[in-house]
Design a protein around this ligand. Structure first.
Ligand code: SAM
Length: 228
């Protein structure tokens, strides 16, 4: 069980019937090695059952990816946790997320950063995502329908960029929109298997690249990703 500020159980739309399941998910994440208290607190605050279709809602707090329609998935919570821990957000950052999907990770980010800009390519996913985000009453999220491989230049530079789909190579516009010292998390590799990379823009515009381990994501489709 998480100690300290995590005990409150204050999730918006938290539905009492899901509270125990959410606590068990947090224990599962801790068992998997997630130790950042601010990340665990974000999982405690965000009701994942609001972000999955009703047909799989009974599985919302399993540590599993689940279908969200249009051939897409909400990622496994332990993958989200790994992403969020790797970014080491302090709370004031401007973050760009590529691949809004269900909007779940978007709201986790909203609790961990100052401002969140999120881009999704499939417009049909955004109606339920917007509804769930609204139910969470976060005010620091902006969403765009479009090709995230182009980034969102109007609000650049970003302190962190998370790419939630797998690319064959790093999209140059995302590097260009990264602030000095900024971190880019991106799965790189083939369509079926990839390696998650943490890329930091160091002073002078150089990139420091670190491989974090194998992952499997849906393809990043776009001008600087895979063809559709
Ligand atoms: N993090 C999401 C969540 O919490 O539900 C799951 C993201 S899902 C694994 C990947 C998403 O990336 C899909 O919704 C897909 O449509 C989207 N995607 C793929 N290529 C994209 C692109 N070029 N721009 C924006 N979104 C893209």
């Amino acid at each position: 069980m998480v100690a300290g500020p995590l005990g409150a159980g204050t999730a918006a739309g938290g539905g009492g019937e899901y509270r125990g399941a959410r606590r068990r998910l947090i224990e599962t994440l801790q068992g998997a090695g997630v130790s950042d208290l601010s990340v665990l607190r974000a999982f405690d605050l965000v009701p994942r059952h609001l972000f999955v279709p009703t047909g799989v809602r009974h599985r919302a707090y399993e540590d599993s990816a689940l279908p969200i329609g249009n051939g897409q998935t909400i990622s496994q919570p332990s993958i989200h946790a790994r992403y969020l821990e790797a970014l080491k957000l302090a709370g004031r950052e401007k973050v760009l997320e590529i691949g809004t999907g269900s909007g779940y990770q978007t709201v986790l980010l909203a609790h961990l950063a100052g401002q969140v800009f999120s881009i999704e390519r499939i417009g049909a996913l955004l109606d339920p995502a917007r509804e769930a985000i609204k139910a969470c009453a976060v005010r620091n999220v902006s969403i765009l329908v479009g090709d995230g491989t182009l980034g969102w230049s109007g609000f650049a530079p970003y302190d962190a960029i998370l790419v939630s789909a797998a690319a064959p190579k790093v999209p140059q516009p995302l590097v260009d929109q990264l602030a000095e010292g900024g971190r880019l998390l991106i799965p790189l590799g083939g369509r079926d298997e990839q390696v998650l990379y943490l890329i930091t823009r160091v002073p002078g515009g150089m990139l420091d690249e670190r491989a974090l381990g194998p992952v499997r994501f849906v393809p990043l489709v776009g001008a600087h990703g895979w063809p559709s």
